[in-house]
Design a protein around this ligand. Structure first.
Ligand SMILES: [Fe+2]
Length: 290
């Protein structure tokens, strides 16, 4: 057997060897995932005829992605989002149908423990922008109010940064945790969200550049709504008319989540300003699977 033939032979049987080695995996789900992962990765390497230089670039890319992660930056979530993996996992796991509000990406900018605020509170915390009143109800699929649902909201500042992207931010801004009232209602004061580029100064930005892609997301407000007996809803409300709705960098837009920011009439209870804009939206929670 000459050397070339030996290499070809190894390449032909290597996948089988690795799959066989994984046969001892005790947990059947882990075994299934690992064997499928290896089979697909090996197929990928063969299909693109990966060069050693390209594989080294891939290792370097993943290394830099990990090194970019800290308590303020989650580059792996950005990578998952920009490759459409986050939305695919979401789609597989949340095929709700019916009246239930649709999910979208969680994103990398959620912070645990945002300020607990009462109905109708102001989440601006010094941020200036177009004063916006957001209100509506949280309902069950049959239209009944969901009382005491926990609603977390977070959004970008008008300077196109989340508070966590600004080391100088005095405290949490444009994020809070509410609980719905007995009639399922919620309300808060904020500023109009703006479209923003996802952080493009790291490896994910390099990837977008290499693929001729832009980093922009259409303006949105994030929500996570949790209530006993219901599936957790992670979603956004997108501002109608935004220029990036058709090409969201993370593929998160769904038509049912696009809302109008109409001229406002509500009066701020503390400052007595009239809302520049007003959004009304009812969220519908799907029942918990038994
Ligand atoms: Fe966002």
């Amino acid at each position: 057997m000459n050397v070339k033939h030996a290499e070809t032979s190894v390449a032909a049987t290597l996948t089988e060897q690795v799959l066989e080695r994984l046969e001892t995996t005790p947990d059947p789900r882990v075994k299934y995932i690992m064997q499928s992962l290896v089979a697909h990765l090996h197929d990928f390497v063969r299909k693109v005829n990966l060069s050693e230089e390209e594989w080294a670039q891939g290792i370097d890319f993943l290394t830099r992605t990990g090194q970019m992660c800290n308590e303020r930056r989650q580059e792996f979530i950005l990578l998952s989002d920009t490759l459409g993996i986050s939305m695919l996992v979401d789609a597989i796991n949340h095929q709700r149908g019916g009246a239930a509000t649709e999910n979208t990406v969680f994103g990398p900018f959620h912070v645990e423990g945002s300020p607990q605020l009462p109905y109708g509170a102001d989440i601006r915390f010094g941020v200036e922008g177009e004063l916006t009143f957001v209100h509506g109800k949280v309902l069950s699929a049959d239209g009944q109010p969901v009382a005491h649902a926990q609603m977390e909201v977070w959004q970008v500042r008008p300077d196109r940064l989340y508070d966590v992207q600004d080391a100088q931010a005095p405290h949490m801004q444009l994020r809070a945790t509410f609980h719905t009232r007995e009639d399922g209602s919620y309300a808060f004061w904020t500023v109009k969200p703006v479209s923003y580029p996802i952080p493009a100064d790291g490896p994910v930005g390099d990837m977008l550049n290499a693929c001729g892609r832009h980093p922009w997301r259409p303006a949105h407000i994030h929500f996570r709504i949790r209530a006993d007996g219901y599936q957790t809803l992670v979603t956004h409300l997108f501002a109608a008319g935004d220029a990036w709705l058709q090409s969201d960098a993370v593929f998160g837009v769904k038509d049912s989540l696009i809302v109008a920011f109409n001229p406002g009439t509500a009066i701020h209870p503390d400052t007595h300003e009239t809302a520049a804009l007003e959004v009304e939206y009812d969220f519908v929670l799907a029942p918990q699977m038994s």
